[in-house]
Every structure is written in C-alpha cells, then in structure tokens.
Ligand binder design. Structure first.
Ligand code: MSP
Length: 639
C-alpha cells in the first residue's frame, strides 16, 4: 500500500499527514492480521515546480530537497508512521528503474517523438485544456495562469489501451473508489490519444535523463508514479544490478520475489486532485509495459480548516507537528480518522479536536471506561483479573459479550472497506454499552454483600474483557494508547505471541489471575484551547491562551469576558499579528482585549504589539516588555 510521494517545495499540512496516517492504520491493521505488508511513502523531487521554488530561494533543487527530507522523516516519526521504505525520486535506484521502464515502453512501441503544444499548470504539473480554466483563464486549483509550452516531446500512446482502461473503470470489484469521480475520468478518456512524457533539457533540466536521448528529461509525473514499483526494486537494483550499464533489462529486473509478492499494489491512497494521474496516466504506463494496474486507487476528499480551503498564503494550513505535540499523536490520528468520511471532504477545527479528546477518548469515553474498570478491580480484587464463574452468569453478560464480538467484527469489516469513521463508531458503541453495563450492574452495590462476591467477580471480568478487546482492536489507530491499555491488562508480547488480530478479538481470552495495573489515565482531559487563568485583578485580566485561537475559542473567550463583566474581545491575532477574521489562525495566537481605556494582549510579540497599536491608535504602551524588545522591533522592521 502506498501514499502519494510528497513534493519537497514546502512542509506538509494536515492533508498530507492524513493520507499517511490512513495508510499507516491500514498497514498496522493488515500486519496485525498476519498479512505481508509493504507500506511505501516518500518524496517527489523533480520537475518544474521544484526547480522554480528552488530558484526563488537561491538553492539548487537538490539542496531544496535535501533540506526538507529530514523534516518528512521527523514528521513521520512524530506521527508514529510505520512505513517500510521512504523513497526519494532522486535516489539512484529509482532513477535507474525509471529509465528501464521507459526503455521497455520504447521497445514495445508505445512511445514516440512528436510536436507538443499545450497549456501547462506548474502547480498541478499537468497539462490543462482551455475548458478546464476558470473565467479568468487560470487553473481552478492554483488560481494561476498556466504556461504555454511548445517543444518537441516524447509521447506515450493512450489510444491502444482505451478499451482496457474503460474495462478497468467499470470493473468489479472496483479499481477506483469512490464511485463519484468515475464519470469524469471516463469523460477525460474521450479524445485522449497521447500524453507528453518528456521535457526538452534546454527548457527544464531537473529530471531523470531520457535513455538514448540526451536532449530530454522524463516528465515529473512519469518519473514519480514509477516510485510505486521502484520502491520494490531497491535491493535488486543496488545488489544484483549494481554494476550493469543502464538501462537495466526490464523483464529481468522485475523477476524478483519482492516484486512478485507485492505487485499489483493493494491500494494507492491519494487525494482527489491527483486522480487523473493515477488512473489514465499510470494505468496506461503499466499496460504499456505489460503489467497489471494496482488493485485499487482510493481518492479521499479534502480537509478544510474552519470551513475554509487550506491555503498556505491565507494562513489556513494546519501544521500537524505542533498539533500532534500539543494534543498527542493518538488524539490527532483518532480525530482525523473519526471525523472524515473517507472519500468525502471534512473540516478540521481545534475546538472539535478538543471535544473529541474529552468526549470520546478521555473522561467521557474510552479513558473513563478503562479507569472505572481498573479502579473497581484494584478495590475489590487484589489478585488481578477475577475469574468468571458460569453459574452466576446473567443475560446482560451474554448480551455484552455478543455485542462486543459483533461490533469488533464489523469494526474489522469497516477498516477493510476504508470506512474508518464507521469502524470507530462501532468500537465506541462497545465503549458506551460497557459503561452502561457498569451502571446497570453497580458493582459497588454487589461489593456490599459478601454472598455476591462471585457475581461481582463475574461483572468485573466482563469489563476487563471488553477493555482487552478494545485494546487489541485499537492498535492500528491508537498505537500508543492501545499499547498502554494492553499493558494495564497484562497483555504482554509474551501473552499475545503467535496470535493474530482476528484471534485476539475473540471473546473470552482473558485469564483469571492476570495482573492489572491501573496506572495513568489514558487520555487526560484537555483544557479547551483557551485556558482562562485567574480573575480580574484590579485593572488586569489574566488570560492564557492554550496556543490556538480559532472561532470557537474566540466564542469561549467572549463568554468568559461577559461573565467577568469586564473587557471586550477586540480581535485575535495570529502568529504574524494579523487579525483573526482575516487569517483564521490556527497557529499560536494572541488575543487583544479592550478593558476600557486599557488594552490587554494575551501573548504580546513584536507583531501583536504593532497590531494593537493599529487597533487602538498611538496611545499603546508595552508594560513589562522584554528587555530586548526595541532590538526585536528593529529586526522585524528590517524584515
Ligand atoms: N507529488 C505529487 C504526488 C505524486 S504521487 C506519484 C503531489 N504531491 S503533493 O505534496 O502536492 O500532494 C500530496 C497529497 O496531498 C495529494 O494526495 C493531495 O491530494 C493531498 N492534499 C493536498 N491538499 C489537501 C487537503 N486540503 N486535504 C487532504 N489532502 C490534500 O501531488
């Protein structure tokens, strides 16, 4: 299974992190089921877009890429991504596979030279027809005018494969999901005869050299898509073929075990904007060398932030690193998988993330169930998990067991069907049923009557068993919390050795006498991003922002000020000192509060100070300014 390989022009926002977390969840799930998995991600480093950004920064494209790739590695580590390989398209083995692939297409007679004239959007790295442009003649995604390119190019023939492509689009089981965009892809296929797959070196030299034609480099998408295959051939190229001159003979190259095991790929996870490349272009390339396309291309929707399109220039790009550090990686993973219907668009907001943590993971959900259960076990069963005696079983126990088993099974079906939000919804039905079971069985009442001890033990065993099943089921989604939960219940690696997930989800595996350890709450409550500290102290209002000021936080702040009976939220400032309404900040932010002649700024910095001045006129002074503030201001003024 694969993610798109990410461009190295900038850091990733929540969208790229999302695809990689989805892939990671699937990879962990299938590994837990005992299947062989190869999970591939990486970086896309060639092409016009990268060349332009590098030039603008005064760097070579390779320097640009080398600068950002360590950041990708750090991010994947922070998000607990368990990929098997991170591929770079500037890696030697990848470039050699691209050349070998191209050579094979040439031998098969599916590429030829011709005259190219087209509009081309560098942001998309894609040719655009005039009918695809907006009213002002711009790319509808990037809002920039496309370039006009006219040069001699190599072309890939699409015509001979049209019937086959139509078959793939209509195939059952589907090779492209969701169903929605299929009609558009079919429509794109009409009149699509050939695709340019090279650039002349004098116009763009940043790419893989064309075998046998030194005047050309290979088109960035042709190069990038091949990563899905070259990722499987790294050891082969660097070993057996290390000293063979290029191009390596294709058929022999792909005769290796790893390729045969993992191709066709189970799924390419992508965002909906790169569907055309992953179907018409990639499938045609594969058919041209005689290979079967991936079993599935799944295009997910787009994240918006506070219902606005993610845009770096508007400041609405959420950086996954601080969110994960502040709220926890598991919480972020859970939120992304629970909140979005895979295949549709979804909205990201810190307020909603905090709600999910508190209501589903922490004190209102899973964490609470586990803590209640282990509190009871510690209190009433000093020897660890009690045994459940059959003669005290009641119908409610059987119902809990049956529902847990059924819901755990449908959880698995939903994960395998890419319905992550439904999968989690089902597990949380288990959480609610078990919480209800505690209330109904009232173990604290049973504990008052000694003759009820077997019944009390039976109830507590059932609760521990539910928690065990949840701890197993959640491993792919919440790697850290589920490991902690399993350890609380004595489910060590030794206990679980040699078993697979379907087995571990069966009801009844928890042995009486297993030692438990209550330990820390799984998900301590998260204060709303707005922590209002202290009260009105004379003329000073102490307000500490937890780090983010989105619109729901602003609403809470206003509510607080109303209760305090003093002060009015004038504006929220983002990290650059821009008012909240303009920038919809999701980065550390200051709030400016008017206390009637006295303005209070929650997190003053140079820019926030400047913005206060702007909002309140000249009479703004900075009390308790840092010593080097004047120097900071000078630096800021100098850009
Ligand atoms: N380099 C190409 C992919 C080549 S794969 C052979 C590329 N890179 S990208 O860095 O621009 O985008 C990576 C992914 O992020 C794409 O799948 C894209 O759909 C996804 N997203 C970009 N914005 C997004 C959102 N706002 N929400 C969710 N995903 C989004 O394209």
């Amino acid at each position: 299974m694969t993610t798109p390989i990410y461009y190295v022009n900038a850091k990733l926002h929540i969208g790229g992190a999302y695809t990689t977390i989805v892939g990671d969840t699937l990879a962990r799930y299938h590994r837990a089921c005992g299947r062989k998995v190869f999970y591939l991600t990486g970086s896309d480093e060639h092409g016009q877009k990268i060349a332009n950004v590098a030039a603008a920064q005064g760097k070579t494209p390779k320097e640009l890429a080398d600068g950002i790739v360590p950041y990708f590695h750090e991010l994947w580590q922070q998000l607990d991504i368990s990929h098997d390989l991170f591929i770079r398209t500037t890696d030697g083995y990848h470039e050699r596979v691209v050349q070998s692939f191209f050579q094979k297409l040439k031998e098969n007679g599916h590429v030829s030279k011709g005259h190219y004239k087209s509009l081309y959007c560098t942001g998309c790295e894609k040719p655009l027809g005039r009918s695809e442009l907006d009213e002002e003649g711009r790319c509808p995604i990037h809002r920039t005018k496309p370039d006009e390119i006219e040069e001699e190019n190599w072309f890939l023939e699409v015509e001979p494969f049209k019937a086959k492509l139509r078959d793939y689009l209509a195939a059952t089981p589907a090779r492209l999901l969701p169903d929605g965009p299929r009609a558009k892809v079919l429509n794109d296929l009409e009149g699509f005869e050939r695709q340019s797959v090279s650039r002349r070196k004098e116009n763009l030299s940043w790419g893989v050299s064309m075998p046998g034609d030194p005047d050309h480099v290979i088109w960035v998408w042709f190069d990038a898509l091949i990563n899905y295959i070259s990722g499987l051939l790294k050891e082969e190229v660097e070993g057996k073929w290390a000293s063979t001159p290029d191009p390596i003979p294709w058929d022999e190259l792909i005769a290796c075990d790893k390729f045969r095991t993992f191709w066709p790929a189970a799924v390419h996870l992508i965002g909906k904007d790169i569907l055309w490349h992953h179907t018409l272009i990639w499938w045609t390339m594969l058919l041209g060398v005689g290979l079967e396309p991936p079993r599935l291309v799944y295009a997910h929707g787009w994240w918006t932030v506070e219902n606005h399109k993610i845009s770096k220039s508007l400041g609405t790009a959420v950086d996954p690193t601080p969110v994960s550090k502040k709220f926890g990686n598991d919480a972020l993973r859970f939120f992304l998988l629970r909140e979005m219907t895979f295949g549709k668009d979804g909205d990201f907001s810190i307020g909603q993330l905090v709600n999910r943590i508190n209501s589903d993971l922490g004190k209102g959900g899973l964490g609470n169930l586990v803590q209640r259960t282990l509190n009871l076990v510690e209190k009433y069963c000093q020897d660890g998990v009690p045994a459940a005696q059959a003669d005290v079983l009641q119908p409610a126990d059987g119902e809990l067991a049956r529902s847990t088993e059924e819901l755990a099974e449908s959880y698995c079906q939903h994960i395998e069907g890419y319905r992550f939000h439904l999968a989690l919804e089902d597990l949380w039905k288990v959480v609610r049923l078990a919480s209800q079971y505690i209330d109904d069985q009232a173990p604290w009442k049973l504990a008052k009557d000694e003759s009820q001890l077997p019944r009390l033990q039976c109830v507590l065993w059932h609760l521990c068993e539910v928690c065990r099943v949840l701890g197993e089921a959640l491993e792919p989604v919440l790697p850290d919390a589920s490991a902690a939960l399993r350890l609380k219940l004595g489910q060590t690696d030794a206990v679980r050795a040699g078993t697979t997930l379907p087995h571990r989800l069966r009801w009844g595996l928890l042995k009486g006498g297993t030692k438990v350890e209550k330990g820390e709450q799984l998900f301590p409550s998260v204060a709303s991003p707005l922590d209002v500290e202290g009260k009105l102290d004379g003329e000073t209002l102490h307000v500490t922002l937890g780090g983010f000021l989105d619109s729901s936080t602003a609403a809470q702040l206003e509510e607080f000020l109303q209760k305090a009976g003093k002060g009015k939220l004038v504006t929220g400032l983002d990290h650059k000192g821009r008012p909240v309404e303009e920038s919809l900040p999701v980065k550390p932010t200051a709030a400016v509060i008017d206390l009637g002649g006295l303005a209070y700024c929650s997190a003053p910095g140079v820019k926030a100070f400047a913005a206060c001045k702007k909002a309140f006129g000249k009479n703004v002074e900075y009390r308790n300014a840092p010593e080097n503030f004047a120097e900071l201001q000078e630096k800021a003024a100098a850009g």
